[in-house]
Design a protein around this ligand. Structure first.
Ligand code: MLT
Length: 411
């Protein structure tokens, strides 16, 4: 037998959302006929836009004819999509991100983990607490997290986020090499202002750190002072990689397509001090381990940038934000503290000090028939919270929230 990567042993037995799904399935099995509304994982419910469906049908037709057939595509993504991303998501907003800085992928989650291939195993990694579990779990698998003691990995630096700091982390006291930031944040649903983010860019410039900026939820930003892209901050193209997704904005959770921006200005150094372009390294990594997102998915993604597609993004994100508002209002009405939701599909709910997230999850599941995500699954600072998503249908969201209010639940 081969020796396996021992670090898997230290990880929680299952990934957070798999554990939530397991518990929901177990509850359903023991309570036949009970209809559980899923308000846990951030999976979308609204179908693909007409423009996307048409483009994908046409792409399948292309593949059916010898003259228009496509085999392997460019590992970096087709230029029709990279050009559209560069133009609409960056140049139209006054940001100088060019197609050559953009790498199309099969989604944000894989890129967020795979980026660990290009920075040293010795890099000190900082994560927000709470945070999307992928940053921590990947750091564990890659051997950068150290050992776990009382739920804290001693090799990581945690950036605590709670109501006292409005869920905006403070700069680390020590020097860190790689900083995972996510705004609008998963799980707290809070967005960051330009002034606040500028502090991180300055820190990274001063310390020579790399920011990995997860901006999967940027299309939900509504308040004008909140950041959509880290490149809105001057100098960020020398210190930050930005990871984006079409999953939540255009219903691509099942199609799989996203992109990562690795600006050509971004530099690192080899152990002997020689300077190297991170864009070049990421390109090398992708060419070795990735054969590009599918042609059909990329044609679908390009249709998001047509006038119809852009209008549909606005419509669907408004719809999910509307659901988040209903959730926030319902929890506030029963006396809970509810955060986020204004520039995000996520609502972060506190049941009060001393409450256990998994107990709240179970109590809500049993009393109200809907699932949530326990905040403790996002880190120690998530204990006592649950996260809800606005991604279900309006009808299901309304049913779930009236069940909440009718249940008289007092946790
Ligand atoms: C979430 O619920 O946090 C997300 O759906 C997970 C993901 O995007 O992978």
């Amino acid at each position: 037998m081969i020796q396996v990567n021992d670090r898997f042993r230290q990880l929680p037995e299952s990934y957070l959302f798999s554990e939530v799904a397991r518990r929901v399935a177990a509850y359903k099995k023991n309570n036949a006929g009970v209809e559980i509304i899923r308000m846990d994982i951030g999976d979308v419910t609204q179908p693909l836009f007409d423009s996307v469906v048409e483009a994908m049908h046409a792409a399948v037709d292309d593949l059916a004819c010898p003259a228009s057939f496509h085999g392997y595509g460019p590992e970096q993504g087709y230029s029709f999509l990279r050009d559209a991303i560069s133009r609409h998501d960056y140049h139209d907003r006054g940001l100088g991100i060019d197609p050559a800085d953009i790498f199309v992928s099969d989604g944000a989650k894989s890129d967020l983990g795979n980026l660990g291939d290009i920075y040293s195993r010795d890099c000190k990694v900082a994560v927000m607490n709470p945070s999307y579990p992928v940053y921590v779990d990947d750091s564990v698998i890659d051997g950068r997290a150290g050992e776990i003691v009382d739920g804290i990995w001693n090799g990581l630096v945690y950036l605590d986020c709670d109501p006292d700091n409005n869920f905006m982390p403070s700069l680390p006291k020590e020097k860190v090499d790689v900083i995972f930031l996510c705004f609008p944040n998963n799980p707290t649903g809070e967005a960051i202002t330009r002034n606040e983010l500028a502090k991180w860019v300055s820190y990274a410039q001063e310390k020579g750190s790399l920011i990995i900026y997860d901006s999967a939820y940027e299309a939900f930003v509504r308040e004008p002072d909140k950041v959509r892209s880290i490149y809105e901050i001057e100098g960020a193209d020398e210190v930050a990689i930005e990871v984006r997704s079409f999953s939540k904005t255009a219903g691509f959770t099942g199609i799989r397509c996203g992109y990562t921006v690795v600006p050509r200005k971004l530099k690192g150094r080899y152990a002997d001090g020689t300077e190297v372009s991170l864009n070049m390294l990421w390109n090398r990594r992708q060419c070795t381990k990735f054969n590009g997102a599918s042609y059909v998915a990329q044609r679908g993604a390009a249709a998001i940038y047509t006038p119809e597609g852009l209008a549909d993004v606005r419509k669907v994100t408004d719809y999910y934000i509307g659901n988040a508002a209903i959730i926030k209002d319902a929890f506030s009405r029963i006396g809970f503290n509810a955060y986020g939701g204004d520039n995000s599909p996520y609502v972060w709910v506190s049941a009060g000090v001393g409450k256990d997230s998994w107990q709240i999850f179970e109590a809500v599941l049993h009393a109200c028939g809907f699932s949530t995500t326990p905040g403790s699954g996002f880190g120690t600072k998530g204990e006592g919270y649950i996260r809800l998503t606005g991604f279900n249908s309006r009808e299901n969201t309304e049913i779930a929230m009236s069940r909440l209010i009718d249940s008289g639940i007092g946790l």
